[in-house]
Design a protein around this ligand. Sequence first.
Ligand code: S5P
Length: 478
Amino acid sequence: MNNEQQRIEELAVNLFNINAVKFGEFDTKSGIKTPVYFDLRVIVSYPDVMELISDLIYEFAFKEMDCVHICGVPYTALPIATLLSVRAKKSMLMRRKEAKAYGTKKMIEGHYEAGQSCLIIEDVITSGSSVLETVKDLRKEGLKADRALIILDREQGGRENLAKNDVQIKSLFTMSKLIEILVQKEKIDNTMANKVKKYLLETPAAVKIDSLEDRTLLTYEQRSELSTNTVAKRLFHIMSAKKSNLCLSIDLTSTIKILDMIEKVGEHICLLKTHADIIEDFNTDFTVSLKNLAKKFNFLILEDRKFADIGNTVALQYSKGIHKIAEWADCVTVHSLPGEGILKAINNSCDNGIGSRGVFLLAEMSSEGNLITTEYTAQTVKMASKYPNVLTGFVCQTKESFNDPRYIQLTPGVQFECSKDELGQVYNTPEKVILEKGADVVVVGRGIVTAKNPEAQAVLYKNVLWSNYLRRVSGKIE
Ligand code: S5P
């Protein structure tokens, strides 16, 4: 028998001896009787058991894990996390059970930076809901929380619930393993073991957790606090300040017409989306005027360049040529098709002193018959999550594409009527994209630009989009 196995068995017996696991007939909160009962809180009175648990977690699970912080789920796992933190020389974070009533409303104590990884430690999981509470608070702070180490997995659905929320667990014991050891060590007999097994099979955890809180229920202010990309943070602020989540797609081909249109509608938008390569008389004076107007009316500029080449070419397309996009656009659109290099290219350009810039990654498209699949969308979101500092959000059509509240859903294909144009553009209504499809910023192009009175039309769009946003977050407004 190997050493790991021996020590696991030793721990099982110890837990039984100190009554951290009891067999018999017990009442549960739900009223159902259970033949097995755990109370791992008692371990604090047994330093040898504490040491054994932390040694086992460290040796057999923790050592190979790469994380910056560890966080114990309050309260039982806190001392275990503390021992591990000291042993592994890793920073520990503490999650409060309740936010402080005064001062900062912080839920996580300790020093950390958004984007860092945090491993969660928990004693027992049933449905996984307490681990998930901790995951939720850590993710709100921008921390990466996707792994948890558990002492005992009761095998009642917790592992699956957590996996659905992108949290993978590793446990010292599963319930079946614990039972098997205790039978073998003659601590319980086969009749009791079968009773417990039967109970576990028949009693899956009552709580089924499908997903973390829906990002679309949070306000833009709340989300601005979570953003890890400067452009996303600024955009959330602008939206709240101007009470506008309208992005104008200014698909005009002359600089005069563009500047003239901005004078009319600039006041009503949070974001201006350009296609520099359709402008016939593009020049540097134009970009200076564009930036001045962005300042005057307080909106950001998105160049809808839809980069889709290898990183090196994109780095050049982004900063060189006639357009020198990096100099005037706050953010750009990018396809995920070529892979991560494209994000690295923009990220490196930002690091090279161009300032804080952002990327909207195309995760879905509005055009009929486009070749994007759900798998492509999921892979796009996964790839992007490695670049939280450069990622502003996703250009997409559905709420289900992603749920990270730090990122902005930019949704084009919007007009007052559900319709199509002759080249396959599909339009949904403002109400539908905000309430059903999860849009945060809504792109309107021809719906405003070709209207008889673009300013009046922009006001109409702004108001209807904003009132639907307010409806969406109504539960969250204090
Ligand atoms: O999927 C997409 C992505 C984008 S960025 N569908 C789109 O229509 N767009 C852009 O949004 C498109 O290039 C155009 O500039 C704008 C929609 O314009 P509209 O006139 O159809 O509202």
